[in-house]
Design a protein around this ligand. Structure first.
Ligand SMILES: Cc1cc2nc3c(=O)[nH]c(=O)nc-3n(C[C@H](O)[C@H](O)[C@H](O)COP(=O)(O)OP(=O)(O)OC[C@H]3O[C@@H](n4cnc5c(N)ncnc54)[C@H](O)[C@@H]3O)c2cc1C
Length: 283
């Protein structure tokens, strides 16, 4: 096996999702030039975490990317709740004590593009198809062992490794950190799709019904994320492929008025988890 060694990195960031990209941008803004690696050949294309809250927008302002982010996202300045399709509550976020009294809906893939472009403006690029597989403590720093696409290994000596490698974090496993928590009991059905209906396109809509809660997050003018709580779903759901017909069936059953729903580009069953690592530093 070929092993190459590089030794000039102060900080190695593992993972180029929103956390790793933000870490790289902020280190660069404060005068530290990190290296950033990701095992995946390409960035994710899914909308995943699409809600950007007021405090994050304030931090984006400090970073210098808030205008670009606002220009691409959909401002959501209210929250409407319906009971069996009839209005129940209406909340406006105007009184939030922030320069950005709303939350912004933007696909995570788009947020990552903005962060990536900002990071590249500092001359930093994601080194893709490099996977962290080992961490060795050395004196005075640490050595990261990476697996490369061609099967060879690269060793990087560094002062810090920033583990930004997501929910199944290799760095967390390698350091033996706990990730205590559990899944919530209910499954949800997620559908990113086109939607023609009467409900506001700049508000989050929540529909209460004995069959389960439904939430709608408007991504663009005629497109958004529907999420159906499925209180009676079994574990088999994890294996199943949802269809747009399932979406229509839930809409009808829950008395949610709509003209048309279609063109899904992401349909999935999932469970929410609550978990937290036992500490954020080691060594
Ligand atoms: C299918 C899915 C749907 C989701 N839906 C929602 C949602 O609807 N709402 C919401 O709020 N959140 C959602 N999330 C969660 C949200 O996407 C995450 O909270 C967010 O991505 C976390 O960002 P991150 O940068 O910490 O990690 P990630 O985005 O997971 O990025 C981690 C990166 O590390 C890389 N990596 C992992 N291991 C290694 C390794 N050993 N070496 C090198 N690179 C490595 C991965 O390739 C990845 O690019 C969803 C997540 C998934 C997977």
């Amino acid at each position: 096996m070929t092993v190459s060694r590089n030794s000039n990195t102060d900080v190695l960031i593992v993972g180029a999702g929103p956390t790793g990209l933000t870490m790289a941008c902020e280190l660069a803004r404060h005068g530290v030039t990190p290296r950033i690696i990701d095992k995946s050949p390409t960035p994710s294309v899914h909308s995943k975490a699409f809600g950007i809250h007021a405090r994050t927008l304030e931090l984006f302002e400090t970073m210098g990317i808030v205008e670009t982010t606002l220009a691409q996202g959909n401002i959501c300045n209210g929250f409407d709740m319906y009971n069996r399709g009839k209005p129940l509550a209406h909340v406006i976020f105007d009184t939030l004590e922030s320069r950005y009294p709303y939350f912004l809906i933007l696909a995570q893939s788009d947020t990552e593009k903005i962060l990536n472009a900002h990071m590249e403006s500092f001359g930093i690029r994601v080194e893709r198809e490099k996977e962290l597989v080992g961490i060795e403590r050395t004196d005075p720093g640490i050595t990261a062992r990476l697996k490369l696409k061609d099967g060879s290994e690269e060793l990087i000596d560094c002062s810090y490794i920033a583990g930004c490698d997501g929910a199944h974090s290799t760095s967390r496993h390698l350091l033996g950190l706990e990730f205590k928590g559990a899944p919530y009991p209910n499954y949800w059905l997620l559908a990113d799709c086109d939607l023609d209906w009467k409900y506001p396109l700049h508000h989050l809509s929540v529909f209460i019904h004995p069959s389960g809660v439904t939430a709608f997050f408007p991504l663009y003018s005629d497109r958004g994320r529907l999420m159906f709580e499925l209180p009676d779903a079994t574990i088999d759901m994890e294996m199943a492929e949802p269809t747009i017909e399932d979406v229509r069936r839930h809409m009808n059953e829950r008395e949610i008025d709509y003209k048309s729903v279609g063109s899904p580009n992401w349909l999935a069953y999932f469970k929410l988890h609550h978990r937290i690592v036992d500490r954020y530093g080691d060594g």
